[in-house]
Ligand binder design. Structure first.
Ligand SMILES: Nc1ncnc2c1ncn2[C@@H]1O[C@H](COP(=O)(O)OP(=O)(O)OP(=O)(O)O)[C@@H](O)[C@H]1O
Ligand SMILES: [Mg+2]
Length: 247
C-alpha cells in the first residue's frame, strides 16, 4: 500500500447496543504511519469505536475498512486476516500468571503464526528489546511491575507484526512513573512509523505524539483535526470544557 493512503477508513459508523446508539455516524481516515489520539469523556464511545475497528463488534450502519478489508459486517473480512493486521492492547493486560515473559510471546507466534520455536524465541528477544525488557525474559507476571506487565502485553502484540496498533487507555491503571515508561515505548513505536490509534487521557502524550486528534462526544466525532490546531483553537464549548477538565 503506498505511503499516504488510508489504512483505516471509518465512514458513517452506527453502533447500537439494543436501543442504545453508542456510535452515531462516526467517520475518519488514518494513513499509514500516522498516530491518532482519541479523547473524550467516559461513555462517549471511544472503546466501542476501537473494538469496532478491531472487528470485535458488528456495526449496524456505515463502513469500516482496515488494510483494504471490510470489517464489522456479517460476512466481512476473515477474522484471521484482521487478527494479523491489527494488534490491540487494553488497560488490563491479562497475562497468564503461569507463563514466563518469553513463553507469553512465543506462544502466540507458534499457535497463531505457526512459527518454529527457534524463530519465535528470536522474535521474542527482538520485541523485548523494543520495550526495554531484555532482562525479564524468564520472569513471571507476578515478578513484574504493572508498567513492565503492560510492556510485555505490548511486546506480545508487536511480535505478531501487525500493520496497525490499537491502544485503549493502556496506562490508566498505572502510577505516573510507570505510565511514563509505557508512554515512552509507545512514543518510540510511533517514531518507528507504526500506525497507531490510541484512546488516552494523557493529553501531554497526545500533544507530543499524535498528529490527528479525534474528540468524541455522545457517540459522535465532535471535533477532529491536527492535534496542535485543535488544542490551540477549540471550536466547540464541549471540547474546550473537556480540555479544561483534563489539565
Ligand atoms: N457490550 C455493551 N452492551 C451495552 N452497552 C454497552 C456495551 N459496551 C459499551 N456500552 C455502552 O456504550 C457507551 C459507550 O461506552 P464506551 O465503553 O465505548 O465508552 P468510553 O468512551 O470508552 O468510556 P470510558 O472513558 O469510560 O472508557 C456507554 O454508554 C456504555 O454503557
Ligand atoms: Mg473506554
Amino acid at each position: 500500500m503506498p505511503e499516504g493512503e488510508a489504512v483505516v477508513r471509518v465512514q458513517d459508523v452506527i453502533k447500537e447496543f439494543g436501543p442504545l446508539r453508542v456510535l452515531d455516524g462516526v467517520g475518519f481516515d488514518v494513513v499509514r504511519g500516522q498516530t491518532v489520539a482519541i479523547v473524550g469523556r467516559s461513555g462517549s464511545g471511544k472503546s466501542t469505536l476501537l473494538r469496532c475497528i478491531a472487528g470485535l463488534e458488528t456495526i449496524q450502519g456505515g463502513n469500516i475498512e482496515v488494510c483494504g478489508h471490510a470489517v464489522g459486517r456479517p460476512g466481512s473480512a476473515a477474522r484471521a486476516q484482521l487478527r494479523r493486521d491489527v494488534g490491540m492492547v487494553f488497560q488490563s493486560y491479562n497475562l497468564f500468571p503461569h507463563l514466563t515473559v518469553e513463553r507469553t510471546i512465543t506462544l502466540a507466534l507458534t499457535l497463531v503464526k505457526k512459527e518454529s520455536k527457534a524463530a519465535a524465541k528470536q522474535k521474542a528477544a527482538e520485541v523485548l528489546r523494543l520495550v526495554g525488557l531484555t532482562d525479564k525474559l524468564l520472569a513471571y507476571p507476578e515478578q513484574l511491575s504493572g508498567g513492565q506487565q503492560q510492556r510485555v502485553a505490548i511486546a506480545r502484540s508487536l511480535a505478531l507484526q501487525p500493520q496497525i496498533m490499537l491502544f485503549d487507555e493502556v496506562t490508566s491503571a498505572l502510577d505516573p512513573e510507570l505510565t511514563a515508561e509505557v508512554l515512552a515505548v509507545m512514543e518510540d513505536l510511533a517514531r518507528r512509523g507504526m500506525t497507531m490509534i490510541t484512546v488516552t487521557h494523557e493529553m501531554g502524550f497526545a500533544r507530543r505524539v499524535a498528529s490527528l486528534l479525534v474528540f468524541m462526544h455522545q457517540g459522535k466525532v465532535w471535533e477532529i483535526g491536527p492535534t496542535a490546531e485543535l488544542f490551540a483553537n477549540p471550536k466547540t464549548a464541549e471540547f474546550r470544557q473537556f480540555v479544561g477538565s483534563e489539565l
